[in-house]
Design a binder for this molecule. Sequence first.
Ligand code: SF4
Ligand code: SF4
Ligand code: SF4
Length: 316
Amino acid sequence: MTSIIDDIRKTARQLLTEEKVDVVIGYEKGSLPLKATPCFVRSPQDVDKLIWDETCENNLAAFVVKTPGKKAIIAKGCDSRALMVLIQENQIVRDDLYIIGVSCQGVIDQRKIEAETGEIIGATITDGKISVQGIECDKVFNFTEVKDITCQTCRYPNPVLEDVHIGGSIEVLQQATLFADVMVMENKSDSERKAYFKEQMGKCIRCYACRNVCPMCYCQECFVDCNSPKWLTGGVDSAENLLFQTGRALHLAGRCVECGACSRACPQGVDIRALSRKVNKDVKEMYNHESGLTEEVKPALNVYSADDPEAFLVKE
Ligand code: SF4
Ligand code: SF4
Ligand code: SF4
């Protein structure tokens, strides 16, 4: 039986050899331990650098819009949902895209490892065990102990849109409630929530890594960079940081695919999920909508109905 990575490489090689695509967007080993990095393979001779494991954390859909020509992309469940939204929003021509779907066990949250070992100086992954050499100590982790929080409750690990599927499928978790974490936040008092977000936003250095890795943040000019009107000064403070994150969360309403890439990219460990998950819960409750699941159902805020229960929206 061949492995998933063998089949990914074989498919990529075939697509490039037969000139069906100009580039295959996948992952290669990064320069730091436990870090994969997105890569763009343009020749059959280079396909062996492609990898597939629990370090493949980027949402590769973020690179599709800016990559010209015909392209193939390796897509986990959340990448495929992002591709679906990008197609719905006319950012991608479907005929220019070949989706190599791979079901996903989830990705590693390095912060959980570094909290115990200090900075990681070496690591290997074998059969779901991660052996880490850290600056402070060495330790072997089970993957489930260090799985990213987003992946722990992922309901779409299997691609929802693909041209070929590699490997098996993953059984989807049944959850008693989809938004238990949001309900905990909702049950706090206003002053508790205010204090929480003040503390979280006080950590933000406005590096915009969260925006830059997000497949849905493709605007050529983000509102934070806009001079007219000028929404934000260049300064970094808790109030402006909160305005940035709330503005971003609202722009992603009905579009965020819950890949967790923004949270993992944040160098400051800001709890960005608290806002985006709340918006996702509201969109689900108000519009019965989850982003990027089918081609037919358009993003919730891109459609209107004359039967809208909010009468002020539809005037005679
Ligand atoms: S959210 Fe996590 S588990 Fe789900 S598809 Fe994405 S990376 Fe995989
Ligand atoms: S939330 Fe994190 S990633 Fe986003 S701008 Fe702030 S520090 Fe950077
Ligand atoms: S906001 Fe974060 S979780 Fe949502 S699609 Fe963008 S990167 Fe993924």
